[in-house]
Ligand binder design. Sequence first.
Ligand code: COA
Length: 341
Amino acid sequence: MLALAGKHHPRARLTGVASYLPERVLTNAELTEIVDTTDEWIRERTGIRERRIAADDQATSDLAVAAGEAVLRSTRTSASDVDLVIVATTTPDHIFPPTATLVAERLGATAAAAVDMNAVCSGFVYAFAHATAMVEAGFARKVLVIGAETLSRIVNWDDRSTCVLFADGAGAALLEADDEGAQGDGVIGFELGADGSGKDILCIPAGGSRMPSSTEGVTHEDLCIQMQGREVFRFATRIMIDSATRLLEAAGLTVDDVDLLVAHQANERILDHAVEKLEIPREKVVMNLDRYGNTSSASIPIALAEAAERGQVAPGDLVLMVGFGAGLTWGAALVRWEPRA
Ligand code: COA
């Protein structure tokens, strides 16, 4: 699916972003006491040095609420003015109710519709695109898009090939309607895709309706993330370039027009590949996975929030977001960074 924002009003603008990371830091050195690994292997193969892990009493909604509160505060937005809350997550508090309903209630977004979106590590871009559509269709004026994960709860801590990668965190963005916006402002477009033929290379086999957790013979492993690392790596490196290129071409833009690339923080080598193939200067690419690991649908808003905080992105800059993950799914979005003054 490829879409460019039309000439009609309103335009959807990205006016704020914020993040929340749990306090607990889990270092590579600590991981060597859990599984047969080394700090050197993890750093060389992934770029990760440490990651955050939610406290025992923190669920995904707690992280999402903290990030949501932060973005409402920074944009001086009243929760009661929010029309829609979308929580992108793979690790909801419960199968139902949706985590978004819990988040909306705790934020005081009493007038908002609330729904979860599960597109795994592409979740934030998918949610962002859906939020844009709701704003541009005139159905919503203010949408809170939150990516939040507690992947530490679905990782197999005996599997060294996955437990060193995934972690916890949340990021939140505010999208607002602008009736005066011109083409080229706000959200410029997005490209979303899916290929279910790759369903087995990254999945949790059990715990859903195909293989309920009560099924005889279901093991702990079946209820945790299972991954064919090399296959995922191949897909990620290919799709990041393809999706970004398709979107830029359709929008009549080039990589030179992009001020900041905020890609899913899965692996430093995947990001390095994008730097090389897209020929984008490294200083235009956000990298924070050394400190947070792979936080799935939370990684893009966390990275964008950090970039904004340290002045790596300025008002009016063109931001290219690219996500990819299980499903297989992927998504790219082009948006101007237009924070509330
Ligand atoms: N510590 C030490 N050794 C490890 C290890 C760890 N944490 N994890 C795996 N290994 C071992 C393997 O057992 C294997 O050993 P063997 O050759 O004796 O069988 C060896 O390292 C190489 O494994 P391989 O899977 O080929 O390594 P790799 O270079 O492909 O790196 C990943 C593994 C997971 C880092 C890499 O494939 C990757 O990043 N894939 C993408 C994953 C991803 O981003 N997933 C999320 C997408 S949203």
